[in-house]
Design a protein. Structure first.
Length: 235
């Protein structure tokens, strides 16, 4: 299926936040946040990191999911709250993805519903959209909320299912734009066509191999397609 064919059948545009809309941690690096979270875990666990958490990766949300596997509700809640607060700080210095605002404005202006679907915190996403005057173009946010089980984050289809259930559109009339293999996996699990956004070298092949319906390397290209392609009415 071509991008034009996919866009022509789309009435509901689901889009990931970190990557397709902005680089959340551009000014507040994810690796620094992950280090802060590991220190919190170390203090909670008496000075030692549990097995599997000492790996020096720089993804705070992956660390949150790993912590949830421990079965310790107290530290899971603390890390979830710390992630939320860090993301709220990070969006103040987030770097907008070129063309992302055009995608949101054009999709909304063409009568399509737009929903942000993200593992990031709902409040942080709302703050960013408001600060960049994009809130009027986004009908909904299906993202990480306080108290949510981290194991329901993508690649689990939960957030995508929640987004679809909140709209009067069939899965076949929706498309999900994401920049990671986990995004593509979540879309496939939810039965929703996917557009992979290859914003870094090597991603085009990885997203293609993961099963993305279409892969693009520019959000401006997607915006142009939305402008030139009229959505077919529901049958």
């Amino acid at each position: 299926m071509t991008l034009a064919e996919l866009i022509s059948q789309t009435r509901h545009l689901l889009i990931d936040f970190d990557g397709p809309i902005c680089s959340v941690f551009a000014g507040y690096p994810a690796v620094a946040i992950a280090d802060e979270l590991r220190e919190m875990i170390r203090r909670h666990c008496g000075g030692m990191l549990p097995h599997g958490l000492a790996e020096l990766h720089g993804d705070p949300l992956r660390l949150l999911v790993d912590v949830a596997q421990l079965g310790d509700d107290e530290i899971t809640r603390k890390i979830a709250d710390a992630c939320r607060d860090a993301e709220a700080t990070a969006v103040n210095s987030a770097a907008a993805t070129p063309g992302a605002d055009e995608v949101l404005r054009t999709a909304s202006g063409s009568g399509r519903r737009v929903t942000v679907v993200s593992n990031n915190a709902t409040a942080a996403i709302g703050d960013y959209l408001q600060a960049h005057e994009l809130s009027p173009h986004v009908a909904g946010i299906a993202a990480r909320s306080d108290g949510m089980n981290p194991r329901l984050l993508k690649p689990h289809p939960f957030l995508l299912q929640r987004a679809i259930d909140g709209a009067d559109e069939q899965r076949s009339r929706a498309v999900f734009i994401g920049d990671s293999v986990t995004d593509i996996a979540a879309g496939i699990a939810a039965g929703i066509p996917t557009i992979g956004y290859a914003n870094k070298p090597g991603k085009h092949q990885r997203l293609t191999d993961a099963g993305a319906t279409v892969v693009v390397d520019s959000m401006r290209l997607l915006a142009a397609e939305l402008r030139s392609t009229t959505a077919r009415p529901a049958q």
